[in-house]
Design a protein. Structure first.
Length: 247
């Protein structure tokens, strides 16, 4: 067989084809493994996000025990410190660019949890233009626990002085609000649910994205398809070489 391949000048093309096919099949199989992982992750997120809410104190205990609390549905009570709200640049599929209003919630024990109350358009960034939504007194918040973020390679720097944030830096937000004052701080955010809607409708909660990108099957089919195409190309080349009488 090797002698025949050499005589037809097909040995090295065959070797390179085998290497290429092996790599492409390996990439396709890796994407299938990623698909299984992503489907499991999405199922876990859905279960957490739609389960019964647990007490915020219990979620804190889980966080301290290094358990995964991301997307866990939690509930807690406190009073909003509306004069200290932070504005996180965000995009809404219906209204376009705007802001998420992140407001400290002071609990009965004096500790603080930062609550993402939801989206407002640019014209309602000023709290004075949405006074109806600035709820006073003790409120109960139900929402999803979200850990602080890390900036991506192309994420702009947060404008702390201008209260314009591009990523959720919990430590910096707390420092910008309370300065050197020491306050017990819940080590994660709460993304408030859309219901109950606040008076006036703004901010609008329920902004957590649960539909994570999942194109692994598409990628796997692409890699497997390229492997099949490479085999077909080699086969066509080999047949053409085989039929040449001078080869």
């Amino acid at each position: 067989m090797l002698t025949t391949l050499k005589s037809k000048s097909l040995l090295w093309p065959a070797i390179m084809t085998l290497v290429g096919v092996a790599i492409l099949i390996g990439l396709g199989t890796w994407q299938m493994q990623r698909l299984a992982w992503k489907q499991g992750l999405l199922a876990d997120i859905s279960q957490r996000a739609h389960g019964g809410p647990i007490a915020l104190a219990r979620a804190e205990e889980s966080e301290r025990a290094a358990e995964d609390i991301e997307y866990l549905r939690v509930k807690g009570k406190g009073q909003f410190l509306h004069d200290k709200e932070r504005h996180l640049f965000a995009f809404d599929s219906k209204h376009g660019a705007g802001y998420h209003v992140i407001t400290p919630l002071k609990r009965a024990d004096g500790s603080i949890v930062f609550v993402n109350r939801g989206y407002v358009p640019p014209e309602l960034k000023d709290p004075a233009k949405r006074e109806a939504g600035q709820i006073t007194g003790t409120v109960e918040i139900v929402g999803l626990a979200r850990r602080p973020e890390e900036p991506g390679m192309f994420t702009p720097e947060n404008n702390v002085a201008g209260n314009l944030w591009y990523w959720r830096d919990l430590g910096a937000m707390a420092a910008s609000v309370f300065g050197q004052e020491t306050r017990p701080l819940v080590p994660f955010f709460i993304d408030a649910e859309v219901e109950p809607r606040v008076p006036g409708g703004w901010p609008t909660g329920g902004v957590t994205r649960l539909d994570l990108p999942n194109r692994h099957l598409e990628y796997a089919i692409t890699w497997y398809g390229l492997a099949a195409a490479l085999i077909a190309v080699f086969a066509a080349y080999a047949v053409s070489r085989w039929r040449r009488p001078d080869a």
